[in-house]
Design a protein around this ligand. Structure first.
Ligand code: ZN
Length: 233
């Protein structure tokens, strides 16, 4: 059966003509070729023109990466889930983005990832200050330094005496937790845990049978002093 498919844009609704290729919208709900969502050249051009990225800001929280994109026309897409693809040097988002914009987004991502890396703690040494407060000497990968940063733990929250950026605080919390865990491990190793009393019965020959045993209980019915060896127990 031969059928006809008219070239009608699914976005602007206009009829269009095509040369050597067609644009269509990927859509898994499309069952039949007739329902295919064609997109005209004009709409594609407008879409590409719209996707001029003015600014992109990435956030990472609990290993979930999101991005807020501001386009040059002022449109803002907030906190979109996104996935950077190293092999194609692009960032995929939930929104349909032209490949050029995906690449542009990747540049922003690389800058973000570099900054994240620089903000990691390279060194963090703990000691007790003269007043007994804990202090930390911190160096980040990027070379930032915090010397003798005093902090305390109040109601389970770590507080520093001076204001520090969130990434310093996060790094400090992680480092201090592993420091405490290590301390605990070391103190357990130097003081062996109390052992259970031995339950193994003593052999008969080693039982104390007399004089040196229980000298203070001559009047009692306890022990082998009793004439009846079984009576005292
Ligand atoms: Zn169109």
């Amino acid at each position: 059966m031969i059928r006809t498919l008219s070239l009608t844009c699914s976005r602007c609704g206009k009829a269009f003509s095509a040369q050597d290729h067609l644009y269509y919208q990927d859509d898994f709900s499309v069952q039949s070729f007739q329902d295919i969502k064609l997109v005209c050249d004009d709409c594609i051009r407008a879409w590409k023109e719209k996707w001029q990225i003015a600014h992109a800001e990435f956030h990472e929280h609990n290993y979930v990466l999101t991005v807020t994109i501001t386009l040059q026309d002022g449109t803002v897409y907030e906190n979109m889930d996104c996935t950077p693809m190293e092999d194609t040097e692009s960032v995929i988002t939930g929104e349909d983005i032209p490949p050029e914009a995906q690449h542009a987004l990747y540049e922003y991502y690389v800058a973000f990832a570099r900054q994240q890396e620089a903000q990691q703690l390279k060194d963090c040494f703990f000691s007790k200050g003269e007043d007994g407060k804990m202090v930390a000497d911190i160096t980040t990968v990027g070379g930032e330094q915090y010397d003798k940063l005093a902090f305390s733990v109040e109601e389970g929250y770590l507080k520093t005496e001076q204001d520090v950026p969130d990434y310093i605080l996060e790094g400090l919390v992680t480092a201090y937790k592993s420091y405490l865990a290590q301390e605990q491990m070391l103190s357990t190793a130097s003081q062996p845990a109390p052992r259970m009393p031995q339950r193994k019965p003593m052999p008969e020959s080693q039982w104390n049978t007399g004089d040196s045993y229980g000298s203070g209980n001559s009047g009692g019915g306890f022990g082998r002093r009793n004439k009846n060896p079984f009576g005292g127990f």
